[in-house]
Design a protein around this ligand. Structure first.
Ligand code: HEM
Length: 404
């Protein structure tokens, strides 16, 4: 009441990755939401007992990710790792996602033409054909299937393989290992092995393209002659993993979300022209890169009134930024008619997702086709039994049994 001064709360550090265990599995973890409300830049404790800052507001997240004084180089002391496995890959050539400019820019530039909006838009007919073929196969003579296995995963996987020049026949090999790389509970040893096997696979691929070139990205990188096969393999690995796990999980999780929001689903079915905006809104609402983007301060920087010291780690939680009431009023709810374009689901700044034009084309086609072709689509298990990917760096569902 008036005149009573309340002591400033000293919040306990948030343990990250924070569990979503209670409450709605589409919402950010309760501890992280509370930090966002009460102490938007707060201390966090990582799996190994080390600590870092959690940056939770839209404005502050953009400031950190847009500021070159925050480094994405995982070999620097103080870099915050989300798992033992992530710390394992730090020094094993993780390509430009974990490098700073100018080296980051030099490598990324070699790929910008490949992922241009215009080029990705030109792929629509092919992505559409693949989506239709997968649905033909999934539905032929059947009334139920696992949507992840039969549609959400193979679609982006086929597309990225085609772009890179990776034989899709090897999909079991690389999908299994990419799952290990992204698993929060994978041991350092498992991650090291999976990484080496993938790296070898891609190095051999680069060698084979030297003998038999094709029009894929790996072959083109070989022909440029600027990178050795190890560097090409690292880049290929980044694209292969980022290119199928992300879109696959967005497709399955978006489908489930729409099934759980029947009014939104009905609206989207009634007005298919909403699909582009709906995909942005689903990217915002679901924010599948859900544990925060890691950076480390190169020098002292003041953000949102807090001074982050040189050598301190920061995690930018995109999921709270994407529900920041100042930017997205009523953001805790899904609204397929919302203008969600300011979302940061693809990150922000120089590392902002290179593959976003591709992800958009794939998601728009996958969801539009699914909803149009399967008007009776429904969940085939109780919602409580859906296996959410709490254990993975990229959120989603391990499987999605559906019927139609
Ligand atoms: C970077 C999200 C699809 C390739 C990123 C980052 C995010 C993200 C948040 C920033 C990481 C950071 O700053 O530390 C997503 C989401 C996707 C998606 C939500 C799908 C829904 C794709 C696809 C590709 C791709 C399809 C295709 C190849 C990359 C690459 C980077 C990146 C290469 C590193 C960019 C850089 O460091 O300059 N992505 N991504 N992503 N993404 Fe995506």
């Amino acid at each position: 009441g008036p005149g009573v001064s309340r002591p400033t709360p000293t919040p306990t550090p948030v343990a990250v990755p924070a569990a979503r265990a209670t409450g709605c599995p589409f919402d950010p973890a309760p501890d992280v939401q509370r930090a966002h409300r009460e102490e938007p830049i707060t201390r966090a404790t990582l799996w190994d007992g080390s600590s870092c800052w959690l940056v939770t507001r839209h404005q502050d997240v953009r400031e950190v990710l847009g500021d070159p004084r925050f480094s994405a180089d995982a070999t620097r002391p103080g870099f915050p790792f989300l798992s033992a496995g992530a710390s394992e890959v730090a020094d094993s050539a993780p390509s430009f996602i974990r490098q700073d400019d100018p080296e980051h820019a030099r490598l990324r530039r070699m790929l910008t033409a490949d992922f241009m909006v215009k080029k990705m838009e030109a792929m629509r007919p092919e992505v559409q054909r693949l989506a239709d073929e997968l649905l033909d196969r999934m539905t032929e003579g059947r009334e139920a299937a696992d949507l992840v296995r039969e549609f959400a995963l193979p679609l982006p996987s086929l597309v990225i393989c085609r772009l890179l020049g990776v034989p899709y026949d090897d999909h079991e090999f690389f999908q299994k290992r990419s799952g290990i790389l992204l698993g929060l509970h994978s041991t350092a040893e498992q991650v090291r092995t999976a990484r080496e096997e993938l790296q070898d696979f891609l190095r051999q691929l680069a060698e084979s393209k030297r003998r038999e070139p094709d029009d894929g990205i790996v072959s083109r990188l070989v022909a440029r002659g600027e990178l050795d096969d190890t560097a090409i393999a690292s880049m290929g690995l980044l694209l292969l993993v980022a290119g199928h796990e992300t879109t696959a999980n967005m497709t399955a999780l978006s489908t489930l979300t729409l099934l759980r929001n029947p009014d939104q689903l009905a609206r989207l079915r009634a007005e298919p022209s909403l699909i582009k905006g709906a995909v942005e809104e689903l990217l915002r609402y679901l924010t599948i890169v859900h544990n925060g983007l890691p950076r480390v301060a190169d020098e002292d920087v003041t953000i949102g009134g807090r001074t982050i010291r040189a050598g301190e780690g920061v995690l930018c939680t995109l999921n709270t930024a994407n529900r920041d009431e100042e930017i997205f009023p009523g953001g805790a709810a899904l609204d397929v008619g919302r203008d969600a374009r300011r979302h940061v689901a693809f990150g922000f700044g120089v590392h902002q997702c290179l593959g976003q034009p591709l992800a958009r084309v794939e998601l728009q086609i996958a969801l539009e086709t699914l909803l149009r072709r399967l008007p009776g689509l429904r969940l085939d298990i109780p919602f409580e039994e859906v296996p959410f990917r709490h254990d993975m760096g990229i959120y989603g569902v391990h499987a999605l049994p559906v019927a139609w």
